[in-house]
Design a protein around this ligand. Sequence first.
Ligand SMILES: C[S@@+](CC[C@H](N)C(=O)[O-])C[C@H]1O[C@@H](n2cnc3c(N)ncnc32)[C@H](O)[C@@H]1O
Ligand SMILES: [Zn+2]
Ligand SMILES: [Zn+2]
Length: 716
Amino acid sequence: MNLIWGRQPKPNMGKLDFTATVSKLAQDELGKRQHYRPVYSLHKYWARRAGSQFRSILLRTLLPDSTLFLQDEDGSLSVKSKYFDNFDFKNKVILDPFMGGGTTLIESNRLGCNVIGWDLNPLSWWITREGLKVIDVDILQKYTDEVFEVAQNELDEFYKTEIENSNGDLVKADVMHFFWFREAKCEVCEKEVSLHSRTILNKGLKRNIGISSENPATTVCLRCGDLGEWNGFGDFDCKSCNSKSDPLSKGVSSGSFECCGKKQKVVENVKKYGRLKERLVAIEYIDPDTKQRLYKSPSKDDLRIIKQCKSLVEANKNKLAIPNSKIPKGDSSKRWLNHQYERYVDVFSDRQILAVNSILESIKSVIPIDDIEYRYSLITALSNSLEYNNMMVPYNYPHRKLHHLFTHHALPITMMPVENNLLGIEGKGAGTFRNCVARYLKGKKYCNSPFDKYKNAQNKLVSVDSDERIGATFVDDIAQFGDSNASILRCGDSTRLHEHVPEKSVDYVITDPPYYDSIHYSELANFFYVWMKEFCPEVDFFSRETIDSTKEAIVNKGHNKGAKEYTDLMAGVFSSCHKVLKDNGKLVFTFHHKKIEAWWTIAESLSRAGFCVVDTFAVESEYKVNPHIRNKETLDMDLVLICEKIQSTEESPNPSKNIFTPLEEMASEKHTNPNWHYLQFIGSLLRETTRCYNSSVVNYKWFEDLINQFNIKQTV
Ligand SMILES: C[S@@+](CC[C@H](N)C(=O)[O-])C[C@H]1O[C@@H](n2cnc3c(N)ncnc32)[C@H](O)[C@@H]1O
Ligand SMILES: [Zn+2]
Ligand SMILES: [Zn+2]
């Protein structure tokens, strides 16, 4: 067997182990993507792999015999490593049939390769295109300043609140956040019941020191609505109404609330009375004198602005960009639908709708249509800001900042939503349009002068500048490819890509496919898509109401897709790749899953498409939560699978016999991550399965038994 990657000779003097170094690079990057590889922060995409992981995979594929990582005397990764060289691979074609956030294509383009990317998700196509397009950052910066100015004038009145200054005069202050509590209606007394998870809004104005009498938490009095201070012990005594309450008690627990002595389920309540209502309970503003961030309860004027926004939206509803698309059924959207959010517009406040529209209009009025790519840049930043600007965003109260919507790759119901200042205040806050534009600019600057960062043996950050560039010439057809840096991007089903890409024209297929049932890409992406179709109705790929997920390779009960449908679609995509791949080409991809069935679907779809696994290696991939437990719920390591076209299949009488051998050889190798041995085993199992797929003993039962045997061996 030709094992080239996974089990290499032990690192010798001056050389670092490939997989350990890739894991380390990926781990460092994933915690701080914005600083390490800012091009991946132009817009949200889910479960992006690390750019360094894909650069390593690409180099390892393009330069199979080189040592990529050298070691300095102190054990650090050396800046003289081949990994940091400047490359310009000519006449190499890399295909990614599941391009997602564009990691493979962006890293391949940086290495000079010609790239072809397909994804059925229009948002993936858009984001990858934004990453690869060439723009002049100075021109964008100039437009940006003008857009901010125009939008600021438009939006000022909606994000101001009246406060009394130290002289007792009423003055206007900038609002950072509006805090809301969701409420249900008690079926006995028919009064509104607050569903908060606590009434404190922070852990004191100073972060990280805890609540005390010197640093009291700001709390809402549910009885009278006023705000007060709580020093962390006992009940909160409201000075305004003399009531006592426990600021840490919840209004809702495990989906139920209690009123009039009766426990009531929230979803049942919603069925009876309709969507939960929201009540504005507090405002965080910037004190114009001290510049401190303070809190107040809403005044009549604050409530008037909300009414004003509502009537403005109502009066202009035919002119405004409003995401009226219905939320389609699906496993991830279920929660929103159960709470009677029927259209995407339902998770936005009127103020948010108006603010998005003002910014959109400002972009269009400042940037002429001839400079459409610059418009699109700011529209991308605007779309990205929606993740932090909707009525499901929670507040990270100890840190006094916003969370984003997709913390758990799902669509959540938030009982204490916080409404951000959408345009944002210069130098303040998170997730504002200003912040998202700053990130975008940083990302595009990175394209013009990329770098690689890593932590050395002393845990110091090292940054290595590169003379490579990220930027593509977009073409429609492979015949238009020059030597390097050209790109074909398509939004479409990859089971049919061979109808558009010539036979045997691709050197390597390098990808990160959907992982079985892990993330429902199209369901999550619809959240942005429904806005993008309003922002850019001229773009053909945005013509549908929501994303067409018919051909999405995924296990999703809500879409009636199980293992069979997933396997068929994966086999379809792999077959299409097989046709366009050169005979000596390779298919390399990452995968991880806790379920045995998921691994079997990979073995099956590869075999059906005519591929066999020739080697595998495991790298740490996701941002680590707990490194020491082999967590059966999630795998924090990816298996990288290297596949080739099957030349001849073997009729092996006993395919099981080779499976445990590599493992026994590796038994002496210590690894801090317990998942590593498991993935090494899965790797050798996949090699045997795809090599002997036609053998009469190879079936799911056989596969499952072997994994169970492995698990028993591991526990003894
Ligand atoms: C895991 S993501 C790719 C992540 C990406 N490599 C990254 O780093 O961001 C998988 C992608 O496969 C796409 N997909 C699923 N089925 C597809 C199909 N039949 N044709 C094309 N794309 C498909 C999904 O839309 C999703 O964007
Ligand atoms: Zn009641
Ligand atoms: Zn009170």
